[in-house]
Design a protein around this ligand. Sequence first.
Ligand code: HEM
Length: 412
Amino acid sequence: MSQSMLEDIASPQIYTHPAELHERYARLRQSAPVSWCEHPAYRPFWALVGHKDISEVSKQNDLFLNAPRLTLVPKAIEDYLASTGRGRDGSVRTIIDMDEPDHRDYRKVTQSWFLGQGVAQFESRVQAMAKRSVSRMAELGSDCDFAVDIANWFPLYVIMGILGLPEEDAPFILRCTQAMLAASDPELQRDQQAFGTAEFEQLFAYLGTIVEKRRREPTDDLGSVIANGLVKGQAMGMLETLSYLMLTSTAGHETTSSAISGGLLALIENPAADQATRQNPSLWETGADEIVRWVSPVRHFMRTAARDCHVGGQAIKAGDSLALFYLSANRDETVFENPFEFNPARTPNRHLGFGLGGHFCLGRLLALTEIRTLMREVQSRVASIELAGDPQWTQSNFVGAIKRMPVHYKMA
Ligand code: HEM
């Protein structure tokens, strides 16, 4: 019984049926929070669904490594990528792929930008882009697909501005990101066999031209910080530089878009929360984090044990991999009061939507700023909003939430 539930929570298909998914997660949290999963499509792995175990693993970066298995990729695809030399170990090296000491050195290249003046300097641009997004809703009249027409674009324009990429390239970046991150959704993936490799190569070639430009003429954007980044006094290698840009230009928007669509759906489904935040917009100070807990746009990341050890009473062997299901941890009834209630005033909110430990999301401040700015802007200019059709969820056990959300609304 529990083996079939484990198979279910790893299968991309169930992510299009959130209620069923959460029912499986809840039963596993009760009966088998750390269990060995032998799934027909994936190499075996430990599935972790509880907040405590996931937190403990995430904080021990020397024992639980990010390399070599970062996400659940079907065996067939792993074999195909390895046979063409395009696996993660050869063709990409982002800071999420790295372990210590490299990870710390490379993370430092952008850390002060993300946690210091960088995001703060950008706040007025975020505000302007949020205004533009809601103006787009007004232009579209009283109906739109909020996921496709609004949420997909706002974080993308923000991150492109931050990286210094021309706005007209936004459709290209969006296509590449969706093909790479939501590779298991047949609609977003044009070539199932290739698992986004064509888009990956196109994106790398494109980012290569940006690196050259920023090295020739540095500016004050994040693209320049990365292109000219030094590690131990030396310029970063081309693989690491392109991977860095690739990570920020993809992870930085698909996640935030998912949070924004999922957040609006939460408001539509919870009129009391909508009312409360409309009356008191300062609730978004905590509400943005509640959206990330509620939606958990990154459903899992993986770690590999460096040594034999125990997690949640289970004996883990060196080399075993562990999938950390953040979406389940964020509904853990032993940590959150009424975890199935969307509560913008929730404090404390120790959700794991941004991970934990050494790899804790660098874009957290930026993402929270974007979410609360857009929510406030929508609520101040849209008098009422309702669903005009059923929302559709991305078929992915990794990143992504709602891919379609038809809405009907009245501008104020
Ligand atoms: C709601 C939006 C977002 C969510 C849910 C999210 C989630 C995550 C998660 C779960 C991790 C891995 C943490 C871990 O392993 O402990 C991560 C890492 C990361 N995120 Fe985000 N993220 C979001 C937005 C952003 C944005 C806007 C950016 C920047 C442009 C960004 C950049 C990064 C980077 C660079 C890392 C790697 C950090 C490292 O390995 O040291 N993220 N994010």
